[in-house]
Design a protein around this ligand. Structure first.
Ligand code: DGL
Length: 269
């Protein structure tokens, strides 16, 4: 067993979808979360900028003496995973393979949709992962760049007319394509899933990249003998690069417990 915490990072609130599932599956583990809220969104930025931010995020977590790192950001994984994995001696998990595997296993009609940030979709990482698993799959990939700012601004209700209008525009082609499975290829998107579901209707399975990855991480940490034995309750600490209050309010609502005292603002370099 290894008592060090598991590190998780994202550009902002999205990685909380991964933390929530990880804490549910491994309640005894300590987790250190970094949300780079001061610089979100990453997905509309250049490759070089994303790589620079990702290195700073990862270094921050490694300095907190973590035993494993989850890059809970599809954008970072799609452009910088191989680089980050090569730098550190701890296990580094990405959030693309597990949802791709789940989608390939779930689809009945062989038509899979992927939505993500501009950088993720541009990278083609999901298509490549899906085709590696099943080359006959038909895949449509659509960038939805305004979903992250909508989430970060709390515009996530199924009754939000601006969010609905944006989703209608982004998801039109997806509806015409007839996918029965949709990968939410950005960890922020499960937070706006009520809007997405309202637009695409029932009958399409939504695959949550953070939650699928958390399941894989939990299994792997146990299989490697690194898990903390049951009985104790893990501590989750949160670090953000912008206002503590804005993050705490949203995180407490989403996670169902008051995280206020556990959030600290930091500067990355
Ligand atoms: N949640 C992230 C992702 O999975 C990042 C979104 C962004 O900052 O653009 O892609």
């Amino acid at each position: 067993m290894d008592a060090r915490p598991i590190g998780v990072f994202d550009s902002g609130l999205g990685g909380l979808t991964t933390v929530k599932k990880l804490a549910e599956l491994l309640p005894e583990e300590d987790i250190v979360y970094l949300g780079d809220t001061g610089r979100t969104p990453y997905g509309s930025r250049s490759r070089d900028t994303i790589i620079k931010y990702a290195r700073q995020d990862a270094n921050f977590l490694v300095d907190r003496n973590i035993k494993a790192m989850v890059i809970a950001c599809n954008t970072v994984c799609s452009v910088a995973y191989t680089m980050l994995e090569g730098i550190f001696s701890i296990k580094v998990y990405e959030v693309i393979s597990a949802p791709a595997k789940e989608a390939a296993a779930y689809t009945k009609n062989g038509r899979v949709g992927v939505i993500g940030t501009a950088a993720t979709i541009r990278s083609g990482a999901y298509e490549a992962a899906l085709k590696r698993i099943a080359s006959e799959l038909l895949v449509i990939s659509l960038p939805c760049p305004l979903f992250v700012p909508l989430v970060e601004n709390g515009r996530i209700d199924a009754g939000d007319t601006a969010a609905l209008a944006i989703a209608e525009d982004y998801l039109k082609e997806l509806k015409e394509f007839g996918a029965d499975t949709l990968i939410l290829g950005c960890t922020h998107y499960p937070l706006i899933k009520d809007v997405i579901s309202k637009v695409i209707g029932g009958g399409v399975e939504l695959i949550d990249s953070g939650a699928e990855t958390a399941k894989l991480v939990a299994r792997d940490i146990q299989a490697r003998g690194m898990a903390v034995p049951g009985g104790s309750k893990g501590v989750i600490r949160y670090f953000v690069t912008d206002s503590v209050d804005a993050f705490s309010g949203f995180a407490s609502r989403f996670l169902g417990s008051d995280v206020g005292g556990m959030v600290e603002q930091v500067q990355l370099d």
